[in-house]
Design a protein. Sequence first.
Length: 380
Amino acid sequence: MIYFDNSATTKPHPEVIESFAKVSANYFANPSSIHPLGGQVEKLLEAARQQAADLIGVPKETIIFTSGGTEGNNTAIKGVALEHQSRGKHIITTQAEHPSIHDTCRSLEKLGFEITYMPVAEDGTVSAADVENSIRKDTILVTMMQVNNEIGAIQPIEEIGNVLKKHPKVLFHVDAVQGLGKVPLNLSDTGVDLCTFSGHKIHGLKGTGLLYVNHTAKLYPLLHGGSQESGIRSGTENVAGAVSFVKALRLVKEKQDIQEDNILKTLHDKLMEELSQLEGVKINSPADGANHIIHFSVPGIKPEVIIHSLSQKEIYISTKSACSSRDLTESQVLVACGKTKEVSSSGLRVSFSYENTEEEVDIFVKELKKAIQQFKEVLR
Ligand SMILES: Cc1ncc(COP(=O)(O)O)c(C=O)c1O
């Protein structure tokens, strides 16, 4: 099997599964219980929080454990909107966001918020100057992803953060779900107030993740109840999920730090080179995008046909984001990047993990060539 769909989800690391099972079995008490069993579990949870904070380079109090990317983005965006609406009801985002940002912003329009959906350049990025020009007196939030989940475009987060430091009343939320463990992001002193991470994109478990909330960002909670997680996310904590998430985070950070062989870059450059020589293939990812995501189109051939053909060889890739891949219309990200309908409705995404190899890329290219040839003959 060749698994090239790591931006949809990754295979959980055995050590992550083991830590989830161990904590579930041995530390089952409620961390809020005042008896010693509860105390032990609370200690474990707080140790996990400290470790997560150290790995990300932020203070422990800023870590809120969540169920993943969708929850993190909703908590941040709706939380800022509802808490700060008396100051203003204007939010800035881009036209190339994941549905968990885009649809959240759309939902706020129904509550009277005004959203600026900034156009992106052909490479999927926005400039810090354009973000600044979009700021109004009533702007309360800028929200966008670090690494685009479809084409791998990397937004200039640190530049935007620096510009936003001049506008302290405008909070900055970053969705770093696709960048975690692969594309560096410094959260200390870069103007980022809120940042979303998800466990299942880094060989952790589905339903795990965290939201970084710095001390200046006050949020209206989505979930009210027992005031767990600093009151931002009530509900008995998923301690096994949090501990297993931190395990996945440590493992992926180790991979990111080693990087002597820079496997992701090797795979990226090899596949980009091969695809650039394939007749009928158009590469949609920017050359300087993230190394682990490559998006391309084969105009004239339905992407699901190629996916099906590759699946028969046990090679797994996807069309666009997993959340919208069953929706067979155009990719809104490619439309935002100014691609034609033909290109934006025939996109395919390859996404690597540190476990993939050059040999797998060779096999993939060979089978892709065969599939394209086969369908061209049928269409002739
Ligand atoms: C950029 C981005 N943000 C958010 C999400 C949602 O994350 P989760 O599946 O953990 O809810 C995804 C998942 O594909 C994503 O790619």
